[in-house]
Write a protein that binds this ligand. Structure first.
Ligand SMILES: [Zn+2]
Length: 486
């Protein structure tokens, strides 16, 4: 990979602080242009799941490619694997002797869910009450534009980026990063960097910048139960015959106890105890139970799960304990409901993993348990989906303090270190493959974002603060990281 040659001489270096001030001033003037960039990306329904048009994900990759070029990245190109959705790569390597930062975001999105629940069409970005509504407005198209806006703000103010930048925008994050291993094997050299910044997580609350230091992993399975050859009349046959719906209900009910704690033997054995240091930072979080219930959308009277102590600190439970969810169940359908005994039932369930749980071991424990609790001798078929491990980093590398200062400057408020209950399959293998470089997980989501759900939205003020934070961060990390060092 060649860096800048003499015919592309960089703009003369200014002192970091004046370059940062100039970039911030330029961003303030050109904010509208970057908002337009974001809206253009949101208009493309780049759903990466099976059964949705792959051409749209390609169209989104091509739009991202053009955007990276337009805002100053070079050597921009799509990277593709047969049967996969395109990655977009770009770089700006014009700061000789300076460290290199790898930026990550993704351009694919989740399906929209129930379209009738959306207040405005999911792929027509609309601004309401300081938020931009639309699928991907926050997760994660805003993340892409944070980086293009930060780089463009330096360049358009007449300054070169304070360090070398590489950017990778994935196209299959939402559907499990299927080609990740292949990608890393082939392109790890190209991605070598001194630190990476992933803008795909969220802030603890609106206006509170946050750096995520733990992610949960994920295993998921589809369960199919067959009790009969075909559905039969429940009057003519009801009594002696097993019912697929009942069998599935019993299997699902046997996965947890009355408090929602999983009953799969050994499932909690490897959960790493929370350290005193972690406990201290959790205790320092501004927390209010009523606000939590409101943000989560819990109706009055619906109780939270877990033992009483856990309910007082649900964030700790979300970030550092495994959890089970039953994502979908199918036994006939509401439209076809009639007096029959159903022959087949289907369900999809997922378990979120925490350090130090192992995906394969968890999956096996789940499968064994399902077989053990399957009633009536019905036939059961279990199909695992791709899984990912949990991730945790101790924020001791100076890059974390630098990022924290940058976010504080961008938001005007002290940054927090938090966990994240979600998964980004990319992070653990990627940071391992790049020799354990510091991975800074930041993002623009907040508790009202509704990522993956209906009415996803972005807090526009926080998105702007994130861009200011990124401008500061490039400069802070240029001064903190050692080029070619770890
Ligand atoms: Zn995301």
């Amino acid at each position: 990979m060649s860096t800048s040659s003499s015919d592309k001489s960089p703009v003369p270096a200014a002192s970091p602080s004046s370059a940062v001030s100039a970039a911030l001033a330029t961003f303030a003037q050109k904010r509208g242009q970057h908002m337009q960039d974001l809206c253009e990306l949101v208009r493309i329904p780049s759903i990466s799941f099976d059964g949705f048009p792959a051409e749209e994900v390609r169209r989104s990759a091509e739009a991202t490619e053009r955007l990276l070029q337009k805002r100053g990245f070079e050597n921009v190109r799509l990277i593709e694997f047969p049967g996969g959705h395109p990655y977009v790569y770009g770089e700006r390597l014009r700061a000789p002797g300076k460290p290199t930062l790898l930026l990550y975001a993704h351009h694919d999105v989740q399906p929209v869910g129930d379209e009738a629940l959306w207040t405005s069409p999911p792929f027509e970005p609309v601004e309401r009450d300081g938020r931009l509504f639309g699928r991907g407005s926050a997760d994660d198209k805003a993340g892409i534009v944070v980086h293009t806006a930060a780089l463009a703000s330096f360049l358009e103010s007449g300054h070169e980026a304070p360090l070398n930048l590489k950017i990778l925008v994935e196209g299959e994050e939402e559907c499990g990063s299927t080609h990740l291993d292949e990608f890393l094997q082939r392109y790890a050299d190209m991605l070598q960097a001194d630190a990476m910044v992933l803008t795909d997580t969220g802030n603890f609350d609106v206006g509170i910048p946050s750096i995520t230091t733990s992610l949960r992993g994920m295993v998921a399975v589809e369960i199919e139960v067959q009790a009969l050859r075909q559905p039969v009349h429940s009057g003519a046959w009801g009594g002696p015959l097993p019912d697929a719906g009942l069998a599935m209900s019993k299997i699902l009910a046997a996965l947890s106890d009355d408090q929602g704690r999983m009953t799969i033997p050994g499932i909690y054995d490897r959960v790493r105890p929370v350290s005193d240091l972690e406990m201290q930072s959790y205790n320092a979080l501004p927390f209010d139970l009523d606000r939590f219930r409101d943000q989560a959308g819990l109706p009055a009277g619906v109780s939270m799960l877990g033992p009483e102590g856990d309910r007082q600190n649900p964030w700790l439970t979300i970030w550092r304990k495994p959890s089970l969810s039953i994502n979908a169940v199918e036994v006939s359908s509401r439209r076809d409901a009639r007096n029959v005994i159903n022959s087949h039932a289907w369900a999809r369930i997922g378990i979120r993993l925490v350090p130090d749980m192992q995906p394969q071991e968890t999956l096996q424990a789940l499968i064994d348990h399902i077989h053990r609790v399957t009633p009536f001798g019905v036939q059961v078929k279990i199909t695992p989906e791709s899984s990912s491990g949990p991730w945790y980093v101790e924020p001791s590398h100076p890059a974390f303090a630098a990022a924290s200062r940058a976010l504080q400057a961008g938001f005007g408020r002290q940054a927090l270190f938090i966990g994240c209950g979600g998964s980004i399959p990319f992070v653990a293998p990627m940071s391992a493959r790049l020799g354990g470089i510091p991975a800074l997980l930041i993002g623009v989501e907040d508790p009202y974002t509704n990522a993956h759900s209906e009415n996803e939205s972005l807090c526009i003020a926080d998105w702007e603060s994130s861009i200011r934070g990124a401008i500061h961060m490039y400069s802070e990390l240029a001064a903190t990281l050692r080029a070619g060092g770890k």
